[in-house]
Write a protein that binds this ligand. Structure first.
Ligand code: KG4
Ligand code: ZN
Length: 341
């Protein structure tokens, strides 16, 4: 079995996955309470929290599964890119140390491709080839994926990630961080047509790029006008919160679904795989399903519990293990986004 480690952003996670992609144990230590008062992830605090949590969380998954690591592990896999540098370094250093101590090979994982691979764990069927779409707090990117390590960037956000837009609008509405789930909950009772908000770049069929910062600014202008930036003094009624949550959510999701559809037309399909934190959004799941049905493509969405960051999606490492693709022990992290072949 594989020990998979994930520390790209603000979740410290570990999991043990067997060759049939079955999860023997999995644990995620969230840092939500640390970053909540800053209304976003503070990279230095995230790295320090990973340092405190990484050894206990690995110990926890080994204990839960009753595994004797040195004898029973096949390899150790860790997400080395993309992510926050300090956070990535903690996971990689832990993985390297354990590889040396237990004499195991190291496997490097691309976190974005792992988010897409979470769809493989929906039906336990091969997902490749597919169009992979990652919609998370850090990324909103479309890929043509031929296999776990052969993929091409098709387009993505030119400014904020869609999850980041959810989180920032949530701050304007006085909701806790991370705001996505709160917006989604409030939106259920709101009127999505109440506020006329833009769908930036949606009508431009020449590009698979997206943009969310103008939408976010439009929400701000509706709430406080063009001058004021202080939301702490803003007092919104519940109805206003609900209507803005619904209007913003619909605008953001229209962009995501619209570009997903365009990507399927452009590539000729046949399969669309969606992962990342925002893929947990129930309205997005429903609207993607109707779109996929309408245009006749197969849709796989990551299981709900594997949308936000976790180590189980590190099961992608089996694809590399089977091909003997191991990483050297002097491999470094890669914080930025690579665009593939
Ligand atoms: O994948 P993830 O855990 O972290 C990154 O790799 O970025 O995604 C976290 C993001 C946050 O922005 C959060 O607000 C958003 O996913 N999110 C949601 C929902 N659940 C989480 N956004 C909209 N609706 C949701 N139900
Ligand atoms: Zn992620």
């Amino acid at each position: 079995m594989l020990l998979c480690i994930e520390t790209t952003c603000d979740e410290t996670a570990a999991a043990l996955i067997d060759r049939d992609r079955r999860v023997l144990s999995s644990a995620v230590a969230s840092q939500e309470e640390i970053h909540q008062r800053f209304q976003g992830v503070v990279p230095e605090l995230a790295a320090r929290a990973h340092l405190e949590r990484i050894v206990p969380i690995i110990q926890q998954v080994l204990d839960q599964a009753g595994i004797e690591a040195a004898r029973e592990l096949s390899a150790i896999a860790v997400a080395t890119e993309p992510g926050l540098p300090g956070s990535l370094l903690v996971g990689l250093a832990a993985a390297k140390g354990l590889c040396v101590a237990w004499q195991k090979p190291l496997i490097a994982i691309n976190h974005i491709q792992a988010h897409i691979y979470a769809c493989q764990l929906t039906r336990q069927e091969n997902i490749y080839p597919c169009v992979g779409f990652v919609v998370s707090g850090g990324h909103t990117n479309l890929y043509q994926c031929h296999s776990a390590d052969d993929w091409k960037y098709l387009g993505g956000t030119i400014d904020d990630a869609v999850g980041e837009a959810f989180d920032k609008v949530a701050v304007m509405l006085g909701l806790p961080y991370p705001g996505g789930p709160h917006i989604s909950r409030l939106a259920k009772a709101g009127d999505a047509c109440k506020y006329a908000l833009p769908r930036p770049m949606l009508a431009d069929r020449t590009t698979l790029n997206l943009s969310f910062s103008g939408l976010k600014t439009a929400v701000r202008y509706h709430l406080v006008g063009t001058g004021k930036q202080d939301f702490s003094t803003l007092s919104l009624s519940l109805q206003q919160q609900q209507d803005m949550a619904a209007s913003f959510q619909q605008a953001a999701l229209d962009c995501v679904v619209g570009k997903a559809e365009l990507a399927m037309h452009r590539t000729g399909g046949p399969r669309l795989c969606i992962g990342g934190g925002v893929a947990a959004n129930s309205l997005l799941r429903a609207q993607l399903s109707s779109m996929a049905q309408r245009i006749g493509v197969e849709l796989l969405i990551a299981p709900l519990e594997l949308c936000t960051d976790n180590a189980v999606m590190g099961a992608i490492a089996w694809e590399f293990y089977d091909r003997g693709q191991f990483a050297p022990l002097d491999i470094d992290i890669h914080a930025g986004l690579q665009r593939g072949a």
